[in-house]
Design a protein around this ligand. Sequence first.
Ligand SMILES: [Zn+2]
Length: 223
Amino acid sequence: MALALKQMLSALTKMQVDLIINDNRSSMISVLERNRKYVRVSVHRMFLTSSNSVIIALADLLRNKRGREHNRVLRNFIDQSSIEYDSKHTLDKTKLISKGDFFDLEKLYEKVNREYFNSELNLSITWFGKKNRIPRTQITFGLYQDSFKLVKINRLLDQKETPSLFIEYIIYHEMLHEVYRPETNIRGYRRIHTATFREKEKEFLHYHDAKTWESSFKKVIFK
Ligand SMILES: [Zn+2]
């Protein structure tokens, strides 16, 4: 289905299209790269079952076409499909794993929730990934799946050497996504890390220590 969508978008835009399908509700459509003849875009899985009019609107957006009609079509589609998508996908909490070898995510989550959010957020948390899988060029420390209200932390961090404050910082960052929602500008681009988000992120008490540890960790694994 992804291939069919890619081919339709290529035909409509007359561009070479690299299509990435994501499950992340905070980036329904992200144009990652674009020039006159080429576009790389990541779209949510729900676009795989969209109608022709939605695909045409998506092509218009990829071509950077002026006018608001395609934005309206896309917005409506996203709103309607999100409701259906949420009702079909409920979170199986028995599959969540909070206890690691060195850190218990649930405890850290509760601490961050208490210290920064007045214990008002009601999210789930789990480890994801494999402990020994060292990525080559990029690492995703954490994710937030807003359809499930689920924070996911990379199991790679469950090591004796990881400072607790760093995991807390990643949890804090992901929790902020629940509070500071993505913003869509008039061209239909969704910004996930808005200026407000970045400001709030710096309110983490050990922000600079966390950032310093992050860059030294990356230097070691991407050497
Ligand atoms: Zn983020």
